[in-house]
Write a protein that binds this ligand. Structure first.
Ligand code: HEM
Ligand SMILES: CC(C)=CCC/C(C)=C/CC/C(C)=C/COP(=O)(O)OP(=O)(O)O
Length: 295
């Protein structure tokens, strides 16, 4: 067991995107919410540390719980536990310790509400998604997406000490984005999930119908993303332009996917739409910095 295994069980790419959603939400809240605290660099360091630890710890617990099915899928069979590079008990210990530290750190370095949302993220990823839904229910990833919203909510609450309508709707973007993100990937690795008996959507309803669900979800995601502009004291022109262009690009790929519901095109659609969440949260921060209300 070395540092490479620790990094691998922490799912670093997911940590990065999760921290981006938390930091951009925190910044936006500090600019858009009257009475929000003026933040300094230390505050951003705190949300980065708390969010990264929470994401890493919950991902390690996900590795631990999935130690029986990961060997059955080529994508996950070389991971630290299945490959014997790390003892399952060590992964469990690391996951529990780092997850607990993240909530305690958030409570003292940020505030109680932010720590609460960090705990919600860990609970929803590890218990609701990984333990309860993933192997039982085809809507697993839809409900599991709440985990990703929790990081953005934790960031917003870190700046305001509370939660408001705009903050909730901004965080909920991740929930609405998740099915479009993951079902593309699930189409590519459908056979592996079938082998591991995980009821991901394409395993249960097939590629063609899944591609229609992805398009349907994206047709919900795009108007939803623009709803954030229409609410009182909502987002402005900068966000509207970026959300419209990036959403439109995603829509084109997901429409094409319904015409070519293949594993190869699903991977292409996944790779193109993966940056969407980063773009949309950077757009929220840019809109807060250069705020020109649309209505
Ligand atoms: C329950 C909902 C979700 C499921 C089932 C899911 C599933 C996955 C899977 C299976 C992968 C491929 C991992 C690999 O083999 O390397 C992945 C990649 C990724 N996920 Fe998700 N994901 C979910 C939600 C999220 C959320 C909420 C975020 C961040 C806010 C996120 C960010 C990422 C990133 C950044 C990658 C790596 C993309 C790449 O390397 O191209 N995912 N996701
Ligand atoms: C605030 C906080 C801690 C939020 C947690 C959010 C979080 C880490 C979400 C990630 C969800 C995710 C990548 C699920 C994939 O698990 P999987 O088991 O389907 O993927 P795998 O098969 O690659 O292991």
């Amino acid at each position: 067991m070395g540092i490479n295994e620790i990094i691998e069980i922490s799912k670093p790419r997911i940590v990065v995107l999760l921290v981006i959603t938390a930091v951009t939400s925190m910044y936006a809240a500090s600019k858009l919410v009257t009475g929000a605290s003026q933040l300094d660099y230390l505050d951003y360091l705190h949300i980065i540390v708390a969010g990264a630890l929470a994401s890493a710890g919950s991902s390690a617990l996900n590795h631990y719980y999935d130690k029986d099915i990961d060997p059955k899928m080529s994508r996950t069979s070389s991971r630290p536990i299945p490959s014997g590079r790390m003892a399952a008990s060590h992964v469990l210990l690391y996951g529990l310790a780092v997850s607990c530290i993240s909530v305690i750190y958030g409570f003292f370095a940020l505030n109680a509400i932010s720590a609460f949302f960090i705990a919600v993220g860990i609970f929803s990823y590890v218990i609701i998604y990984t333990v309860w839904l993933k192997r039982r229910n085809t809507s697993n990833i839809v409900i599991g997406g709440i985990a990703g919203s929790a990081a953005a909510w934790a960031g917003w609450a870190a700046a305001t000490g509370s939660m408001d309508l705009l903050g909730f709707l901004v965080g909920f973007l991740v929930f609405v984005w998740t099915p479009s993100h993951f079902w593309c990937l699930a189409m590519k690795i459908k056979d592996e999930y079938a082998q591991a008996e995980v009821p991901m959507l394409p395993v249960v309803i097939g590629m063609q119908k899944t591609s229609k669900f992805i398009l349907g979800n994206t047709l919900i995601l795009i108007p939803y993303s623009l709803l954030l502009v229409l609410i009182p004291d909502g987002l402005g022109i900068v966000y509207t332009v970026i959300a419209s262009v990036s959403g439109g690009l995603m829509l084109v790929y997901h429409y094409k996917l319904t015409k070519t519901p293949t594993s190869e095109f699903a991977w292409k659609a996944y790779k193109v739409t993966a940056p969407y969440l980063t773009i949309i949260f950077v757009a929220v921060a840019l809109d807060a910095a250069f705020h020109f209300p649309l209505i």
